[in-house]
Ligand binder design. Sequence first.
Ligand SMILES: [Zn+2]
Ligand SMILES: [Zn+2]
Length: 255
Amino acid sequence: MKLDILGCSGSLAAPGNPASGYLLHSAGHRPVIMDFGPGCLAALQQVADPSTAHVVFSHLHADHCMDFPSLLVWRRYHPQQPATARNTLIAPGFAPDRLGRLSADEPDGVDDFSDTFDFSPWIPAVSQRVGGLTITPRPAVHPTEAYCLRVEEQSTGKVLAYSGDTDYTRNCVAAARGADVFLCEATWGASSEGKVADMHVSGREAGIMAREAGVKHLLLVHIPPWVDPGEAKTAAEKQFPGPVTLAVPGMSLTV
Ligand SMILES: [Zn+2]
Ligand SMILES: [Zn+2]
C-alpha cells in the first residue's frame, strides 16, 4: 500500500501544508482519501485523479473534511474528467446531513450527493472493505463522533493505523496493534499538561500508544503551526524505542 501525505497540519492549514489529508493506494484499485481538510484537493491533483477516489473520514471537524464540497464540484462538473461511478464514502452517520449542508444552495438546504457517493456509516469495530483495503474503526476520545482507523491491505496484509483526533485511549492502541506504520496525532506538542481534556494527545502520549501497540514506525501528524514539531518528536522518542518521523506534505511511502 502506498501512502501519500496530502497535508498533515493540525487543527487548520499552515503555509504550504494543507490540514489533515492522506491518500492510500492499493495496486489495482481506486485510491482512498482518508480525511480531506482545507487545501487537500490541490495536493490531490498532483498525485491522483480526484474523480477516482473513494473517501473515508475519521470524523467531521472542519480541519478534516472542508475540501469535500470542492471534490463534489470536481466530480460533477469537470469537463474532461467527470466521475463515472458512485464512489464509496464512509464516515460518521450524520455525514450526509453535515457534508450536504456544506455544498447546499439554500441557507437551510442539504445537498443530496448520493448521485456521486455511496455512503455507509462507521459501526464501531465493524470492518468495511474499500479500494482493496479493509478498514476497522474504533471509537476515539474527542468532542464529536470520531474514530481511530486500522487499515489493512487485502493483498499483502500490511497494516497502517491512523489515530484521527483523540485523547489517549486503549481503543487507539488496539487499532494500532502491530501496525507497520502508525500515523498518530501530536497536537499538544511536547506535553498535554494544562491542555483541554478528552481531545488530543501530545508527542509523549503518541509515543506511549506506539510502544503499547508494538508498531514498527511512528509517523507524527496533526501538529498545528504554533507548535514546535521537534519538541513533539523528542517527547515521542522518549517513550517509543522505534523510528519516529515527522510527516511532511508531499511525503510518499510504501507500507
Ligand atoms: Zn483535527
Ligand atoms: Zn477533531
